[in-house]
Design a protein around this ligand. Structure first.
Ligand code: DER
Length: 229
């Protein structure tokens, strides 16, 4: 599966950038999962040591434990050296849409805190304009879901409640909230949209990430061979 190979390669490339003694933000999603695996490998081989991870979801926590990465919390540290995380869309200005895994609230805390934020994607995530392939995820407290959806429509969005796949009813986040996915036909100003959405009473966080990415590692298949740029 070429997409799996691209994700593995870019996860490995990100893991190579972790140095001994670092505090590492551990992102969420299937691409970052490979980075977490390969960080664990490097620890086991003794290539790096003295690493602690800050998970962005229960998924990241489970994977870190599985691959032997010690974990810490934001109460126990005063900085994050590098965060590695995936994305659903990356535009030419390195703005992102995240939240495909409904983890964008804790991801944004960790990713924005990190001195260096590395995004790991396969080439299918690159877009010319944000919103062209993915809806904007918005975490909403359950009691406010109806007025928030009306406010999102007033912003020009088409909101829909995210339903579970292996869970009956709506998806529930790690914070116990609901997720609304919002289609925007055009996002001329991502900075403004992020602020407007988060200013709606009842919204906890949205998946527009701006002015925070240092490096985008892109996994691709060139001449039949996986490569990372
Ligand atoms: O939920 C998230 O923000 C994830 O990082 C997601 O956007 C990317 O997940 P993927 O690597 O499985 O596509």
């Amino acid at each position: 599966d070429p997409v799996k190979v691209m994700k593995q390669e870019v996860g490995k490339a990100a893991a190579q950038r972790v140095e001994s003694g670092m505090i590492v933000g551990l992102g969420t999603g299937s691409t970052t999962a490979y980075a977490i695996e390969f960080i664990g490998d490097r620890l086991k081989k003794g290539e790096i040591s003295n690493i602690v991870g800050v998970p962005t979801s229960f998924q990241a926590e489970v994977l870190a434990k599985q691959y032997g990465i010690p974990l810490t919390t934001l109460d126990a540290i005063d900085h994050i050296d590098v965060a590695i995380d995936g994305a659903d869309e990356v535009d030419p200005q390195k703005n992102l849409i995240k939240g495909g895994g409904a983890a964008h609230t804790r991801e944004k805390v960790v990713d924005y805190l990190a001195k260096t934020f590395i995004v790991v994607v396969d080439e299918g995530k690159l877009v010319d304009k944000l919103g062209s392939t993915f809806k904007v995820p918005v975490e909403v407290i359950p009691m406010a879901i109806s007025p928030v959806m009306r406010a999102l429509e007033a912003l020009g969005g088409q909101p829909e409640l995210r339903m579970g796949i292996k869970k009956a009813g709506p998806v529930v986040t790690d914070q116990g909230n609901l997720v609304v996915d919002v289609k925007f036909n055009d996002i001329p100003n991502p900075v403004e949209l992020e602020q407007k959405i988060n200013n709606i009473p009842g919204v906890l966080e949205n998946g527009v990430f701006v002015n925070c990415v240092n490096t985008v590692l892109v996994g691709e298949i060139k001449d039949g061979q996986p490569s990372v740029r």
